[in-house]
Design a protein around this ligand. Sequence first.
Ligand code: ASP
Length: 319
Amino acid sequence: MKIALVSTGGTIAMAQATCQDVSSLSYTAEFFARELAVSHGDDIVVVNYSQLPSSHFDSGYSQNLADRLMKLQTEVQGIVITHGTDTMEETAFYLDLVLPNAIPVVLTGAMMTGTQPGYDGVINLQNAYQVVREPNSAHKGVLIVFNRDIISSVHAAKVESERPCAFGSVQTGKLGAINGNEVLYYYETKPHIKLENHPNGKVFLSKLHCDIEPSLVRYCCGQVDIVIFECFGGGRVPPKLLPIIEDVSRDRIVILTTRVFGGHLYDEYSYEGSYHYFLSRKVIFSPLNSLKSCLLARLCQGNGMTFNEMKKAFEGFFQ
Ligand code: ASP
């Protein structure tokens, strides 16, 4: 098999030069290729794409990466991407929205640097390679492999800031696992919309809290094309923001999601600012978390969608 190994940076690529130093970006794709237990007959195509922490990425970065991967996809049978964990779930989901499901594409990384005890980069990398080589990994969308778990990019979220069990799966269980030489899958992924690789639009994303300042919210909403609120629970907004949402939704896209880790938007209440209040308003209820909503909204906007088309694209995710 011909497999591409694309390195982008992150903790998996970091090490200390001496034990007095703080860690810095050190390992290239060639280093990672040497750490793989390459299966007999496999050809590894090494791509040093970038050497950056993932907190330096944005969707412009993902757009360029996706362009590069689309070309690579015609030459190889699988792609492993090493990536920082901070924004791995965003890059993975972005790629999932724009890449055809032609070949397995897997992102992985590490929580420890190469010179820290318990460096998890090598095992995660080897597991990612195992998953990419597994025929059952085809057509499952872009995946994250971490800490022996396989997680769908639609559900992936960073759930630990320092430990090796850094990724969880929101709304559903993990997609699969690596058990020794075996790659196990527990269920099938659901197909979703694919979009052209053109993100566009400025976004204001805010978590709602009890003391949120309406004048600041009004100001920020006025600067952007897309507004995303992480609402209370099943989709509730404090009454002081309702006139702002009413005004903003006339000529901008307003997306509501929840600030709660799991669950969707729904309630049975009749009071102002509840889910039912918004049912008759021009807002999109997103079944995705705010980070993923942001990427989907920018791609919908860049693909020239109307409000109703965008609403359908969001609702289609878990229908
Ligand atoms: N600083 C890292 C990053 O690039 C964190 C990590 O990879 O775990 O995201």
